[in-house]
Ligand binder design. Structure first.
Ligand code: NAP
Ligand code: GLV
Length: 309
């Protein structure tokens, strides 16, 4: 019985070391090193080559190295009956909340703007907005959306949230489903996207949606690049309807050199670092699921493949 790590373009060393530390008996292969496909029952992965897992006749579990599972579920060649798990981790959740809070603070205090004006030696002051006067809309009230809502609320912001199913969250005015999307958006001076990427959420950040936001709204996308229709965002910023955006995720990563986002004065870019998985912190849940798989027990953090998250 073996574990296969598949993460092309990502250094697997920390994962291998942590797995060996925390489960010395585990037999681990790193794709594409030589291994017997029949031995592999558990895969730990990020962006595997499409169709790869069809070649593993005894594969039972595919574990994502991160919170998102779109990189697994978008493969139409997954073996029948395989189970898929995601990461839920306090460190990952805390890091995401800190990141969104810092982007929100940067925006309301104009810090992105002052970073740019320093380069031009420009002494150009303007009034700022305060948390208590700022309404934030969070799309996706799952593990991360909830934690972000909580952190922003504790920092004095007014929070609205939107999810697929109805919620009753303390401190968050919540909306759900397509019917309530417009009401939710009308209350979102800063819109934070923390949705999973599914067939229902792909391209959701488009011109029609932006139109429903208040004039001057700001967009923060920390979910997936495929949520955003890039051209619509640029048009809405250039027309003045949106005041700008902070983007951590992109349709193509790394963002190509020639991409217009790089040079846009009102778009702030980070290289998909809102929240990085820490192998030391996450490996215990991987080991636990490996043991659960062996004992045929229910897995932790299993995702619903049909639902897409
Ligand atoms: P999660 O716990 O699965 O929560 C997903 C939320 O989205 C739920 O509240 C769900 O509604 C809502 N949702 C799903 N489909 C919807 C729809 N069609 N309409 C309205 N709401 C919908 O996910 P999570 O762990 O918070 O992670 C969210 C995403 O963050 C991940 O999938 C990943 O793409 C991204 N992420 C990014 C980074 C980064 O560094 N940039 C790091 C980690 C994760 P219900 O509650 O009603 O089901
Ligand atoms: C990162 O994007 C993750 O899904 O954990």
């Amino acid at each position: 019985m073996s574990v296969l790590i598949v993460c092309p373009g990502k250094d697997p060393e920390n994962w291998v070391n942590e797995l060996r530390n925390q489960h010395p008996g585990m037999n681990i292969y790193v794709y594409p090193e030589d291994h017997d496909n029949e031995e592999v029952e558990f895969a730990l992965t990020w962006n595997h080559p499409r169709g790869l897992f069809k070649n593993y006749p005894n594969l039972k579990v595919i574990a994502s190295m991160g919170a998102g599972v779109d990189h697994i579920l978008s493969d139409s060649g997954l073996p029948d009956g395989v189970k898929v798990t995601k990461v839920i981790d306090d460190m990952l959740t805390e890091d995401m909340s800190d990141f969104v809070l810092s982007q929100v603070m940067n925006h309301i205090r104009g810090l992105h703007y002052y970073t740019k004006s320093q380069k031009e030696k420009k002494w150009d002051r303007f009034q700022y907005q305060r948390p208590k006067d700022t309404k934030i809309g969070i799309m996706g009230l799952g593990v991360l959306g909830n934690a972000v809502a909580d952190k922003l609320y504790k920092n004095g912001f007014k929070i609205h949230g939107w999810s697929r199913t109805e919620k009753d969250c303390e401190n968050v005015t919540s909306f759900h489903g397509k019917e309530q999307l417009e009401d939710f958006l009308q209350n979102s001076e800063i819109l934070v996207c923390l949705l999973p990427l599914t067939k229902n959420t792909e391209n959701i950040l488009n011109a029609d949606l932006f139109d429903m936001l208040p004039e001057g709204a700001y967009v923060i996308n920390v979910a997936r690049g495929q949520h955003l229709v890039e051209h619509d965002l640029m048009e809405m910023i250039d027309s003045g309807h949106l005041s700008g955006a902070s983007l951590d995720v992109f349709r193509e990563e790394p963002l190509p050199d020639e991409h217009p986002f790089w040079e846009h004065p009102k778009i702030n870019i980070t290289p998909h670092i809102a929240s990085l998985t820490n192998p030391k912190s996450v490996v215990p849940q991987i080991v636990e699921n490996y043991e659960r798989m062996k004992e045929d027990e229910p897995l932790k953090y299993r995702v619903e493949i049909d639902k897409g998250y």
